[in-house]
Design a protein. Sequence first.
Length: 173
Amino acid sequence: MRYADGSFPLISKKIVPALAIAALASIACSALADDLPKSGSISIHSGYHVNGESINVAEKIAQGHGKNLGISFNDKGSGPLHLGPTDCFYTFSAAVEAVKVKGYCTFGDPDGDRIFTDFKGAYDSEGYVQGMRDVDGGTGKYSGIKGSMTFKCKQMGGNSELACTQTLTYRLP
């Protein structure tokens, strides 16, 4: 419906400001996706709570599984994967002095975009678990992502805390 003077009822007073806000939000989200170069590296650190279980399968040999739930921080203090959730599921084998781990992790942004990885690693003589993640894909701004991610983690505190540093080297289509 249109008034005789050519104006539309309620549009200029209520809908136009809402449309302007929606347009600005769309531009801001588009700018965030454009800020991610087609290739590069991203350094993050993560904190996890570890929830696992194991059994002794033989003398001095244990096997188990669990999950790590946490949050990641981009080392720059902002940008990709900053303040995003990270969830990992793992298995391990501890035989005599060698401890090996394998599993899957998902890294994300607060806006819901995700990167999927699988990993393998081992504990070193200083108590760190180190290894490599293969990047299997992603959603949103990370769709089609490929690459790898190094990681180095250490148990901290007495309540199953884990601190990790990671560097993602990636390429997008």
